[in-house]
Design a protein around this ligand. Structure first.
Ligand code: CAA
Length: 380
């Protein structure tokens, strides 16, 4: 067992750290206030290879491993979780599924653009009445001559307006329940495809979250991913890796808040000394650092499982469950250590606290992660 990072890993981590400091930090508070999508920053992330990190270079990706992805996600998330969710969705839920289950034409047409950052992707599974209960898809894709006719509504879609290509999960054979579900690639601008208003959110306010409506959208048959009825498995397999991305996002939010709190505690004085010298604060820092280290190990273990081609469903779910709790606990304590200043936007920790909450909700709530983990234990 070797806990050392390779030189390449260190280089990637440092590149992500530099990018976050120089490109994301300026303006992050303003974008959060205005709910502004980090358009220019995401474009640069694409140019640097952060949007298709694990995709084979022959399809426009960076050809890196999952460990590199976790390292980069942590650094980007320390500064701007609105940018890192775009990165996570594009890498894990869109590019990964297309590379593994798309056919050659789909890869040439869509993956090359998505992995290089020329285009952006969205993953459309959730519906008004199908969040955790993902098999209850009401969106239908009914087979016609050379196409499917898509009808329905998707909710809380990351990159809802900014995406160019959407992976849409829909029910084709209602009688077959989840075995009748398919996944399709849908392009922005197709007739009958409308995007609803942007959601006004508690956190990750810069990210672009919308509902989508499909009214008799004609989807060519060649845009179905995989065999007929593969859509639910496709979604579950994509989400298993997506959860490593969100776990790393939670880790980054936690470590970002901790680093700010540590720095502040060494500068701020009370009762004649820097507040880090008071045990009440020092013990908080000790708890935060210990929990973050444990979360980092879980994220790395899940990434390692994926890179070794081990089953990573359970380790990814464990990483997300734990890291998202650590993100909540750590950001609340970081605000507390900052006192009155913690409640003020310019100190960043209140934003990190708001951003942390979503990591316990999207890509499977904490309760869903417990279902996945416990089923994995019992089925072993
Ligand atoms: N890999 C492969 N197949 C899987 C799988 C996995 N990880 N998990 C489940 N399946 C398969 C099962 O084997 C089963 O197939 P068979 O019938 O052929 O055996 C099928 O899927 C149905 O599974 P279950 O019977 O376990 O279904 P269930 O109704 O009990 O639900 C669940 C399972 C785990 C709760 C699932 O519904 C789930 O993960 N729900 C949460 C959905 C979710 O994460 N949504 C996030 C939205 S995306 C998002 O947030 C993106 C964003 O923008 C940030």
């Amino acid at each position: 067992m070797d806990f050392n990072l390779t030189e390449e890993h260190i280089m990637i981590r440092d590149a992500a750290r530099d990018f976050a400091q120089t490109e994301l930090l300026p303006g992050v508070i303003e974008r959060d206030n205005k709910q502004e999508f980090p358009k220019e920053q995401i474009k640069k992330m694409g140019e640097l290879g952060f949007l298709g990190m694990m995709v084979d270079p022959k399809y426009g990706g960076s050809g890196l491993d999952t460990i590199s992805y976790v390292l980069a996600m942590e650094e980007i998330s320390k500064i701007d979780a609105s940018a890192s969710v775009v990165m996570s969705v594009n890498n894990s839920l869109v590019c990964w599924g297309l590379e593994h289950y798309g056919n050659e034409e789909q890869k040439q047409k869509y993956l090359t653009k998505l992995a290089s950052g020329e285009s952006l992707g969205a993953f459309c599974l959730s519906e008004p009445e199908a969040g955790s209960d993902a098999t209850s898809q009401k969106t239908t894709a009914i087979e016609k001559d050379d196409h499917y006719l898509l009808n329905g509504t998707k909710n809380w879609i990351t990159n809802g307006r900014t995406a160019d290509f959407y992976i849409v999960i829909a029910q084709t054979h209602i009688d077959k329940k989840h075995k009748g579900i398919n996944a399709f690639i849908v392009e922005k601008g197709w007739k009958g495809f409308d995007v609803g208003p942007k959601e006004d959110k508690l956190g990750i306010r810069g990210s672009d979250t919308h509902s989508l409506q499909f009214n008799d959208v004609k989807v060519p048959k060649e845009n179905r991913i995989g065999e007929d009825g593969f859509g639910f498995k496709f979604a579950m397999k994509s989400l298993a890796g997506g959860r490593i991305g969100i776990a790393s996002q939670a880790l980054g939010i936690a470590s970002g808040a901790y680093e700010l709190a540590l720095k502040y505690s060494k500068e701020r004085k009370a009762f004649g000394t820097e507040i880090c010298n008071h045990q009440a604060i020092a013990f908080k820092l000790a708890d935060m650092a210990t929990q973050i280290e444990a979360a980092r190990h879980l994220c790395m273990k899940a990434a390692w499982d994926k890179d070794q081609q081990n089953d990573y469903t359970m380790s990814g779910a464990m990483a997300k469950l734990y890291a998202s709790q650590v993100a909540m606990d750590t950001t609340v304590e970081a605000v507390q250590i900052h006192g009155g200043n913690g409640f003020v936007k310019e100190y960043h920790v209140e934003r990190l606290m708001r951003d942390a909450k979503i990591t316990q909700i999207y890509e499977g709530t904490s309760e869903i992660q417990k279902i996945v983990i416990s089923r994995g234990l019992i089925d072993k």
